[in-house]
Design a protein around this ligand. Structure first.
Ligand code: FES
Length: 132
């Protein structure tokens, strides 16, 4: 039940706010340490605010040899953040993944689950600007 509740909170806020975890602790009578233990165990949960858009650059081998690192660096420069970080305006959270199974279309960038294939550095800015 705890995991399901945390999933609902994560879906609502895109992360697990401390206040919400304390409310879960009080509401369910579960020790706060146990709530945090579950919240930090699963990679799907985050304790820091995420952006409205989750952007991942594939750094798997096929994408890497086609220039994925250059694309990641361009995105980092455009957004002013590094992989693993979120923009101050909470618009984007940038991450990396290792192969999403569409190697033939690489380099791949995935935004909110939508795949943008055959990426190159010239396509980065238009891609970023296409999101509100
Ligand atoms: S290595 Fe990027 S999709 Fe497979």
């Amino acid at each position: 039940m705890l995991v399901g509740i945390l999933q609902d909170i994560q879906a609502e806020y895109h992360y697990l706010p401390r206040e919400a975890l304390e409310e879960v602790h009080r509401g369910l009578g579960i020790p706060l340490t146990q709530v945090y233990s579950v919240a930090t165990f699963f990679k799907a949960f985050g304790l820091t605010p995420k952006g409205r858009h989750i952007m991942d650059v594939c750094l798997g081998t096929a994408c890497h040899v086609r220039g994925a690192v250059r694309i990641l660096e361009r995105i980092e420069r455009e957004l002013g953040i590094k992989a693993g970080e979120t923009t101050k305006d909470l618009k984007f959270t940038l991450g990396t993944v290792n192969c999403v199974g569409t190697c033939a279309l690489g380099p791949m960038v995935i935004v909110d689950g939508q795949y943008a294939g055959q990426m190159n550095t010239d396509k980065v800015k238009p891609l970023l600007e296409s999101y509100d």
